[in-house]
Ligand binder design. Sequence first.
Ligand code: MN
Length: 136
Amino acid sequence: MIENDGAKLEPVAEPEVLVVEDNPANQMLLQITLASHGYRVTVAGSAEEAATALGAKRPDLILMDIQLPGEDGLSFTRQLKANPEFAAIPVVALTAHAMSGDRELCMAAGCAGYLTKPIDTRTIAGDLRQYLTTNA
Ligand code: MN
C-alpha cells in the first residue's frame, strides 16, 4: 500500500508490461526477470511492433528502449502521449546513454521515469513497481 496525497493506491496484481526493445539478449533478460516477478510480458522489437501490440492489448506499463530501429523510443513516446487512447499508460524509458540531458529529454517526451542500461536484474522488477499503482 502506498500513500500518495492522502489517496490509498493499490498495486496492480499481475501487471501487464509491454517491453519495447530491439536487442534479443535484453528482450530475453527482461522477459525472464519480469515474468519471474509476476509480470505478464509482451515484447516488441520496434515502435511498429509495439503499435500492433497496443492494438490487441492494453498494458499497465510500457518499458521503452530509446534506441530502436526505425522510429526511436522518444518519438514513439511523444506519439503515445498525444493519443488520448494511450496517454495514460506510464512509459519508463530504458537507455544505454547515461549522458547529461538524457533524463530531461525522456521526461520532456512524456516518460514517467528513466532507467539506464545495463539492466539490473536484481532491482528492475521493484523499480517498475512504483509506476504501477492505480486508484481503483
Ligand atoms: Mn536498442
